[in-house]
Design a protein around this ligand. Structure first.
Ligand code: ADP
Ligand code: MG
Length: 381
């Protein structure tokens, strides 16, 4: 049953419309978004769909395939940490739109998604942005009408995640779900929110995503701890954010902070440089250079930023051993997914090698997705 049918079955009337938003994979630029830095994500063909109709009151009634019982909550009851669970992502968006001065009322929602949840492919932002798109159209907010308006909607979705779901994430996920263009990666400058659409010349190669299906480990507090280390480093250097530090300024900074904080800063500063390098290499078709930068990025996240886990390291090493030009973990880390640049004829052998190396360790079989740059949040019906 699709989302429109499921909504009609519950409410007895046809849905007013169906909206969708994509998951994303970040090719390079990790843990840079909250440091005013650069990242290069793309929207995935995997999407979250929402069928929606307006209600006359303030109540949001929502169901999501595979996510348990129906949620019923008033927008007026929303606050930090309330409601709990997945409803926070839905209600949070409506709350944030209202906070931004928009006239938003209750909704009937039926949700389904093929973005795996908690795999580092941004199911949370896909959900927020699909709900936000529905609210924008149903309440005539016009927030899908231009890139400027989409920036406003993205900000509301970020507030939902930060202030209501209480997840201290940066703005990359919502930007790519709302502002990307089919066929292009999104170069996002998190300092001023500006974007460039980068058409990658990767003929004969694919971007292969491996969802390691590893349990999220040690996540509590680790993300916040990394943010704090980065802020400490920026403060010690007397700059507003690590974006202002260039690789050649690193030795001076490293002399001024403790060893751990220094390594965190080194990751962020070198990662921004790698994003620039990958954009240039993609534009000129130098795929060997792209691959090398991906692998260098993984080493930096493993050794300096310390956010990888064995499932991620093995998926990366196995991909490269089987012929990938380069590979790295993607997303926040501590589990989730990896991304690899693979010659098309080696996609099968790379998957087989990762599967074998996982099986040899007694790990659950990973899932694979070929990432083709897809379109942003939109109305579907
Ligand atoms: P990621 O965004 O990397 O998938 P997060 O931890 O940020 O991981 O978000 C996952 C959470 O988002 C889930 O625990 C759930 O609360 C919510 N979520 C994601 N997809 C859905 C969905 N289809 N329906 C309901 N909630 C969802
Ligand atoms: Mg998320």
């Amino acid at each position: 049953m699709d989302v429109a049918q499921s909504l009609q079955q519950r409410t007895g009337s046809p849905a007013e419309g169906v909206w969708s938003a994509p998951g994303r994979v970040n090719l390079i630029g990790e843990h840079t978004d909250y440091n005013d830095g650069l990242c290069l994500p793309m929207a995935l063909p995997l999407r979250t769909r929402v069928a929606a109709s307006r209600r006359d009151d303030d109540l949001v009634v929502a169901s999501s395939e595979g996510f348990g019982r129906v949620v019923r909550t008033s927008i007026g009851d929303v606050g930090p940490g309330r409601p709990k669970g997945w409803a926070a992502y839905v209600l949070g968006v409506l709350w944030a739109l209202r906070e931004a001065g928009h006239d938003v009322r209750g909704l009937e929602l039926s949700i389904d998604s093929d973005v795996p949840s908690g795999a580092g492919l941004s199911s949370s932002a896909a959900l927020e942005c699909a709900v936000g798109a529905a609210a924008s159209d149903l309440f005539d907010l016009g927030l899908l009408g231009s890139d400027e308006r989409r920036v406003e909607l993205a900000a509301a979705c970020v507030r939902a995640e930060n202030d209501i779901a209480m997840a201290a994430t940066g703005g990359m996920d919502q930007a790519v779900a709302l502002r990307s263009r089919e066929g292009a990666l999104l170069l996002l400058d998190c300092q001023d929110g500006s974007v460039e659409h980068v058409r990658a010349e990767i003929d004969g190669h694919v971007v292969l995503v491996t969802d390691t299906r590893s349990p999220h480990q040690l996540v509590d507090g680790q993300y916040e701890a990394r943010r704090r280390d980065c802020e400490t480093a920026a403060r010690s250097a007397g700059v507003a954010s690590l974006r202002e530090i260039e690789p050649e300024d690193l030795p001076a900074l490293l002399g001024r902070v403790d060893e751990v904080v220094g390594r965190r800063a080194r990751h962020v500063v070198t990662e921004n440089a790698r994003v620039r390098l990958v954009v240039d290499a993609l534009r000129s078709g130098n795929l060997a250079a792209v691959g090398a930068a991906l692998s260098a990025g993984h080493a930096s996240l493993r050794d300096d930023f310390e956010v990888t886990v064995p499932h991620l390291d093995v998926a990366v090493e196995s991909a490269v051993a089987a012929g990938a030009l380069g590979a790295r973990m993607t997303g926040g880390g501590f589990g989730g997914s990896t991304v690899a640049l693979v010659p098309s004829e080696l996609v099968e052998p790379v998957q087989a090698r990762i599967r074998e190396d996982y099986a040899a360790r007694g790990w659950e079989e990973p899932a694979f997705h070929v990432a083709t740059p897809s379109g942003p949040a939109t109305r579907e019906a």
